[in-house]
Design a binder for this molecule. Structure first.
Ligand code: NAD
Ligand code: TYD
Length: 345
């Protein structure tokens, strides 16, 4: 089987590519990625020599190039992760999110539609398409879409296009909608790696609003396992929600990071907590996301295997042991981005 994995040099894509390349030597894995600020080939150093792995630098907004690549490879499957993924960036520049997340997805769908022996187009999406919950309730696969940020609107639109190709052209598709991921290789623009990086540099830890917004956190390797399960055993035309059973307020997450880092860095209790800084809230900030993943659990026997407490320790240890990685990704344009995002708040 020849599988094109898009966005394989990004955070979640790195884990998915590694899992598939190592676990399925009989598959040929093509990692198609444009290497934007969020993509990093260093992540894949330990597998790049393997005979069933190949990297292809390509931009999914370039329809001609995408078609050319599909014509050459004749893939049997696509796992589509490439996207602009950060809500704050979508607020600053929505157009790029439409180009990559909507148009880019359509280009891949069009190319896949022309393949002869094509088994599945698996689209990786987010729980953010369902909107924002109050203090109770959960998102199920039947929750109506209600995206509220340019990021989630672009992901919702791409989900609709994927479904429309199933109904209109009988393209075999699957979709999963996952909650917030955390773990190794996450770019330090998202809450957890940003705070780890700022703690290491003793910079303020920016908490939007009162820090009472709730996210359901899933360790990234558990997401990669869910993608493996759905890819192999999920039903064509179906959607699966993936969640971590681990709802936390943002302030709790940041306090946990501070508490663990105080110990690891031999600082007194309460030391890094002093860096916590409440800043102006994100525009349109969704209050709470929480996932009901009963369908995935009962039908495909998947559930998270890493608790938040265990996962956050592993994540912090990874960043401490990979300070060079952190240094590399925060050089260049990162500082400018960071200043634009946070210093003006
Ligand atoms: P990421 O931003 O870390 O990585 C995105 C990858 O896509 C990068 O390697 C980047 O180079 C590549 N890319 C971006 N634009 C491209 C283009 N035009 N052509 C080709 N490649 C391009 O993202 P992530 O956090 O790993 O998310 C991966 C997918 O999972 C996304 O579709 C996202 O919506 C979804 N998702 C993410 C989370 C999360 O918590 N991070 C949760 C649920 C779903
Ligand atoms: P983020 O990691 O950007 O993921 P998402 O917006 O997709 O959920 O943000 C997680 C939560 O943390 C979200 O409620 C916004 C908040 N947040 C902060 O309070 N400070 C920050 O610096 C960032 C990046 C996020």
């Amino acid at each position: 089987m020849k599988i094109i994995i898009t966005g394989g040099a990004g955070f979640i894509g790195t884990h998915v590519v590694k899992l598939f390349v190592k676990k399925y030597p009989q598959y040929q894995i093509y990692n198609l990625d444009a290497l934007t600020y969020a993509g990093n080939l260093e992540n894949l150093k330990d597998i790049e020599h393997l005979p069933n792995y190949q990297f292809i630098k390509a931009d999914i907004t370039d329809e001609k190039h995408i078609q050319q690549i599909f014509d050459e490879i004749q893939p049997n499957a696509v796992i589509h992760l490439a996207a602009e993924s950060h809500v704050d960036r979508s607020i600053m520049n929505p157009n790029q999110f439409v180009l990559t997340n909507v148009l880019g997805t359509i280009h891949l769908l069009n190319a896949a539609k022309k393949m002869k022996d094509f088994k599945v187009f698996y689209h990786i999406s987010t729980d953010e398409v369902y909107g924002s919950l109050g203090e109770t309730g959960y998102f199920t696969e039947k929750t109506p879409y209600d995206p509220r940020s340019p990021y989630s609107a672009s992901k919702a639109s791409s989900d609709h296009f994927v479904r429309s190709y199933f109904h209109t052209y009988h393209l075999p598709v699957k979709i999963s909608n996952c909650s917030n991921n955390y773990g190794p290789y996450q770019f330090p623009e998202k809450l957890i790696p940003l705070c780890i990086n700022n703690i290491l540099n003793e910079k303020p830890l920016p908490i939007y609003g009162k820090g009472e917004n709730v996210r359901d956190w899933l360790y990234v390797e558990d997401h990669a396992r869910a993608i493996d399960t759905i890819f192999h055993h999920g039903k064509i035309g179906e959607t699966y929600n993936i969640g971590g059973n681990s709802e936390k307020k943002n302030i709790e997450v940041v306090q946990t990071l501070c508490r663990i880092m105080n110990k690891k860095m031999n600082k007194p209790n309460g030391y890094y907590e002093k860096l916590i800084t409440f800043v102006k809230d994100r525009a349109g900030h969704d209050l709470r996301y929480a996932i009901d993943f009963t369908k995935l659990k009962t039908e495909l026997n998947w559930q998270p295997s890493v608790s938040f407490e265990e996962g956050i320790e592993k994540t912090i240890d990874w960043y401490l042991n990979n300070s060079e990685w952190l240094k590399n990704v925060t050089s260049g344009n990162y500082q400018k981005y960071y200043e634009e995002q946070y210093s003006k708040r």
